[in-house]
Design a protein around this ligand. Structure first.
Ligand SMILES: Nc1ncnc2c1ncn2[C@@H]1O[C@H](COP(=O)(O)OP(=O)(O)OP(=O)(O)O)[C@@H](O)[C@H]1O
Length: 639
C-alpha cells in the first residue's frame, strides 16, 4: 500500500519497455476488483505529478531512451482502444464531437493470411515527441470519460488498451524491428451477485464478467499448455482475449499487476485475484524479435552502390570533357553534398562524386564548414570524468604554449609592418575585373567569390561610405557595414517576424494550459454529478440511470474546450517549427555578416593605409579579450 508509482514503474514496467525498444512485443496489464487501483496504476492520478501512472512514465522513458540511443532511428505511433460490451471503439477519433460512446468509430478485427489478428478502423497516430504522445493520451482519456456508460459512477466499466508501436532501424542496416507495447486497464472483476445490480448495469456487469471469465479460461488453458498438456486455447470467445492473444501466450513479454483491496469484506475477491495472478505467473511465452527486412532500404542501398560503381568507372576512365571549373549549379550541388555528408548521423554514409573537380569542391566546402564550426556537434561524444580531467590538463598545457606563441607574435607585430604589399589587393582586384571582361559577368562573380573564400585576394567593396574616424574604430566600422549590408533589411524583417511568432507562441501556450485546466475541471464536475446521481439512485423505468440535468451544458463546454485545446496544440506545433527555421536563418545570416565584415575591413584598412598601430590595437583588444576569457576559464577549473 505504501509503494510509490515510481517504484511500481521501475519494478514492473521498465524491463518490459526496454524489451519493446529492443524489438520485442510487450504487455503490462492490471487486473483486480473494482476500485482497487487499476486505473490509478496504469494511467495515474490526475492531481499530483508524482501520481503519474505506467502509461505517461513509459512514454517519457521511451523518448528519453530514444534520445540516448543514437545508433538507431525510431518512429513511434499511438493507438488507444476501448472495449465495452465486447465491442471495440477508437478513443483517438479525430471527430471533435464525442458525446457518447457510440459517436466513437467501432473497431473490428480480422485475421490476416499469417493468422495474426488485425484491428481495422483503429486510428494510428504518429508521435514525434513526448509532448505529442501525452497529448494523445490526454485526448483519449477525455473521450473515455465523456463516453463512459452508464453515467452513474467513476469506475471504469470497460477495458482500455493504450498501444505504443515502435519502429526501430539501426543506422546503416536494412533490417528494422516493429514492436508493440500494450498497456491494459481491465474493467473491475466485481461479482454480479455481490453488487446487486439490475437492468443496464446487470447487462454490462455480465459482459465484464463474461470477458474476464473468458480471460481466466484462456489463462487456465495456457497454464496447462505450459505444463505440456495438449489443449486448445479459446482466444476467440471474446474481443478482449483476441486482442490480447499475443500478449497472453504468444510472442510477447508480459507483466501482470494484481490490484487488491485490503478490506476484510473484500477477502473473497482478493483471494480470487491472487489465484488468477498465480496462474498467469505459470505461463511461459516464447519471444522473438520482430525483425523485418525493408525492401525499400535494400533498393536504396543497391541504387547507391550502382551509382558509386558508375562514378568509380567514370573516375577510372577519366572525365570525358576537359574543363577547369564547375558551373555555379554544380558548385552548389557539391556544397549540399558536403553539408549532408557532415550532418548525416549514419557513420556508413558514402559520398559519390564523378570527377576530381567535384571532389576538390566538396573538400573545399567541408573545410569551410570546419572553419566555421558547422556540423561539429555531429562528432561530439560525451567524455567520461577521467577523460575530462585528462582533457583539462591537455588544454592547460596547450593554453600555456599558445600564451608563449602569442607573446612572440605580438612582439613580432609591434616590430614589423604587414609583409603583404599594399598594392597586392588592388592587383588581384584588377585580375578579377579582367576576368569579368573575358567571362560572362556571372562566371567572374563566382570566381571572385571562390577566390575570397580560398583567401587568395579580397573583394573591394566601394559602395559603403565610411569616414576615416569610423574606420579606425572596429565597433563603429561594424555598425556602418551592418547598416549597408544587403541582407540587413531581411535580417531586421526576420527578427520582427520571430518576435511576433514567439509572442504568439507564448499566448498560445497560455491558452492551451487554460483549456487543459478547463477540461480537467469539467471532467471532474461530470464525474461528481454522476456520483451524486448514483447516490440518489435516480433511474428511469428501464432501470437506466438518469443523466443529471447539468451534465448536458457541461458536455457542451467540454466540446468547446477540447476544440480550443486541439487547435491550439496544432497551431503551436507549426509555430515551433517556424520559429526554429527563422532562428536558423538568422544565425546563418549573422555568421555570413561577420565573415564579410572581416574581409571588407581588411581591404578598407589596406586601402586607407590604416597605421599598423590601429590594427595592432585591434589585435591587442582581441588578445585582451582572449586573456580575460582564459582567466575566467582558469577560475572555473577544478583546483
Ligand atoms: N495507490 C493509490 N494511492 C492513492 N490513491 C489510489 C491508489 N490506488 C487507487 N487510488 C484511488 O482509489 C480510487 C479507485 O481507484 P481506481 O479508479 O484506479 O480503481 P480501479 O481498479 O481502476 O476501479 P474500476 O475497476 O472500477 O475502474 C481512485 O480514486 C484512485 O485515485
Amino acid at each position: 500500500m505504501t509503494a510509490k508509482q515510481e517504484q511500481v514503474f521501475d519494478l514492473v514496467a521498465k524491463e518490459v519497455v526496454d524489451s519493446v525498444l529492443e524489438g520485442y512485443n510487450g504487455t503490462i496489464f492490471a487486473y483486480g476488483q473494482t476500485g482497487s487501483g487499476k486505473t490509478f496504476t496504469i494511467t495515474g492520478g490526475a492531481e499530483k505529478y508524482t501520481d503519474r501512472g505506467i502509461i505517461p512514465r513509459s512514454v517519457s522513458y521511451v523518448f528519453s531512451e530514444m534520445r540516448k540511443r543514437t545508433d538507431s532511428s525510431y518512429k513511434l505511433s499511438i493507438s488507444y482502444l476501448e472495449i465495452y460490451n465486447d465491442d471495440g471503439y477508437d478513443l483517438l477519433d479525430e471527430n471533435q464531437c464525442t458525446r457518447n460512446l457510440h459517436d466513437l468509430p467501432k473497431v473490428v478485427h480480422r485475421e490476416d493470411t499469417n493468422g495474426n489478428i488485425v484491428l481495422s478502423n483503429l486510428s494510428v497516430h504518429r508521435a514525434d515527441s513526448e509532448e505529442d504522445a501525452l497529448n494523445l493520451l490526454f485526448i483519449g482519456d477525455t473521450n473515455r470519460v465523456v463516453a463512459e456508460t452508464p453515467k452513474h459512477d467513476a469506475s471504469t466499466r470497460s477495458h482500455c488498451i493504450f498501444i505504443l508501436q515502435i519502429e526501430t532501424q539501426k543506422l546503416g542496416s536494412d533490417i528494422k524491428t516493429v514492436s508493440k507495447l500494450h498497456l491494459v486497464d481491465l474493467a473491475g472483476s466485481e461479482r454480479v451477485g455481490k453488487t446487486n445490480v439490475e437492468g443496464v448495469l446487470l447487462r454490462e456487469a455480465r459482459y465484464i464478467n463474461q470477458s474476464l471469465h473468458y480471460l481466466e479460461h484462456v489463462i487456465v488453458t495456457l497454464e496447462q499448455k505450459s505444463r505440456g498438456e495438449n489443449v486448445f486455447v479459446p482466444y476467440r470467445n471474446s474481443f478482449m482475449t483476441l486482442v490480447l492473444r499475443d500478449s497472453l501466450g504468444g510472442n510477447c513479454k508480459t507483466s501482470m499487476i494484481a490490484t487488491a483491496s485490503a478490506e476484510e469484506g473484500d477477502l473473497d475477491e482478493s483471494v480470487s485475484t491472487f489465484r488468477f495472478a498465480q496462474r498467469v505467473a505459470g505461463i511461459k511465452n516464447e519471444v522473438t524479435k520482430n525483425e523485418q527486412v525493408d525492401p525499400s532500404l535494400i533498393i536504396q542501398r543497391l541504387k547507391q552502390e550502382v551509382a558509386q560503381l558508375k562514378a568509380e568507372i567514370k573516375l577510372l576512365k577519366g572525365s570525358d570533357i576537359e574543363r577547369d571549373h564547375l558551373s555555379p549549379e554544380e558548385s552548389e550541388e557539391c556544397r549540399k553534398i558536403a553539408e549532408e555528408y557532415v550532418e548525416a548521423r549514419d557513420p556508413g554514409v558514402r559520398v559519390i562524386l564523378s570527377d576530381m573537380l567535384k571532389i576538390h569542391e566538396c573538400f573545399f566546402h567541408m573545410k569551410k564548414m570546419i572553419i566555421s564550426g558547422k556540423g561539429s556537434h555531429m562528432i561530439e561524444n560525451k567524455p567520461s570524468a577521467a577523460e575530462n580531467n585528462e582533457e583539462v590538463e591537455r588544454l592547460r598545457l596547450l593554453v600555456q604554449q599558445r600564451d608563449n606563441e602569442i607573446a612572440i607574435l605580438l612582439n613580432h607585430l609591434n616590430k614589423q609592418k604587414s609583409s603583404v604589399p599594399d598594392n597586392y589587393i588592388q592587383e588581384e582586384s584588377t585580375k578579377a575585373t579582367d576576368l569579368a571582361s573575358k567571362h560572362s559577368v556571372d562566371t567572374a562573380t563566382r570566381i571572385r567569390e571562390r577566390s575570397i573564400a580560398e583567401g587568395k585576394f579580397t573583394l573591394v567593396n566601394t559602395s559603403i561610405q565610411i569616414t576615416a574616424e569610423e574606420l579606425q574604430d572596429r565597433n563603429k566600422a561594424f555598425e556602418v557595414f551592418r547598416r549597408s549590408y544587403r541582407k540587413n533589411e531581411a535580417m531586421d524583417e526576420n527578427k520582427a517576424i520571430l518576435k511576433e511568432k514567439i509572442s504568439r507562441a507564448k499566448t498560445l501556450t497560455e491558452m492551451i494550459n487554460q483549456a487543459r485546466g478547463r477540461i480537467e475541471t469539467i471532467k471532474n464536475e461530470i464525474e461528481d454529478l454522476r456520483k451524486e446521481n448514483a447516490l440518489q439512485g435516480l433511474v428511469d423505468k428501464n432501470n437506466v440511470p438518469l443523466e443529471h440535468p447539468k451534465e448536458e451544458p457541461l458536455k457542451n463546454d467540454l466540446e468547446k474546450a477540447k476544440m480550443v485545446y486541439r487547435n491550439g496544440v496544432i497551431e503551436l506545433k507549426d509555430l515551433k517549427s517556424e520559429i526554429e527555421r527563422i532562428q536558423k536563418l538568422l544565425k546563418n545570416i549573422s555568421e555570413k555578416l561577420q565573415v564579410d565584415f572581416e574581409t571588407w575591413l581588411e581591404v578598407m584598412w589596406k586601402q586607407a593605409k590604416v597605421p599598423s598601430a590601429i590594427k595592432d590595437q585591434s589585435v591587442n583588444e582581441n588578445l585582451q579579450a582572449f586573456y580575460k576569457a582564459r582567466d575566467d576559464i582558469y577560475k572555473r577549473m577544478p583546483n
